[in-house]
Design a protein around this ligand. Sequence first.
Ligand code: AMP
Length: 283
Amino acid sequence: MDSGPMTLIRSTEHFATWRSSILDQTISFVPTMGALHSGHVALIEYAKSQSDIVVVSVFVNALQFGDSVDFDKYPRTLETDYETSIAAGASIVFAPSALDMFPTDYKKYLTPSAIADKFEGASRPGHFAGVVTVVNRLFEIVTPQKAIFGAKDYQQIAVIRAMARELHPTIEILQVDTIRDLDGLALSSRNARLSQSARLKAKTIPDALFALRSEFDSGQTNCAVLKQTAFDVLKNETNISIEYLEVVDRQTLEELSVVELHSSVVLFAGIIDGIRLIDNVEL
Ligand code: AMP
């Protein structure tokens, strides 16, 4: 880690000192849990096009994990994450400790808006409370003009937008399209935990979503018919257990029976060999 002094910041106190030295510059902020891949890099590069300075945070947030084993197994690769972030255009990598982020007397534990109740929120109780709590804390520390999130976590953006509208109305929330592997699988830090055979099978998820989308592109707008197309593709891979697959409104995430042009999205979650994967495509 030799890209100059002060570019890896490990404490909120040091961050505050640095932040007060650059008050005249605009900041775009990319929050991450590390184990950075090309999806994160796309966010950082986009952030760089948006402002003078890019701050990347690397913090594996225990509050958003329901399962402590999942938290313990989450990959931690700060050294390479730092190099990757700087190479992609970040000025600062902020990697605080858990106690610094959430001291024992921390009080601002937030409840997410109702949009968090379904899909990921229903499958992972407490997950979005952890997400809004950590993002609020990071927004207070970093005080960026803009914050960048990936469309891969579609519901997460909706939940964060709702939180930011209320608590950080001056921060602009921006979205970057999902970056995919060559076979179409959405990049995810969790993909590293897939066995070789599970990784091959996982391709069925984007195959199913793209089949649905191409049927929509050919004129089909009935959601039941479209979903059946995706189910038929997924049926070919018996090792994927589907948690949800729904066509919903992009803003409200309400389920639709007929596609609304330019305002619908298909949300998917499933488990493959014990690893939970999510994906989505906009219609
Ligand atoms: P994470 O480190 O998984 O918490 O993700 C940090 C940010 O990167 C979030 O805004 C994610 O939505 C985004 N992200 C993760 N995977 C991808 C991807 N494949 N394409 C685009 N953005 C992504």
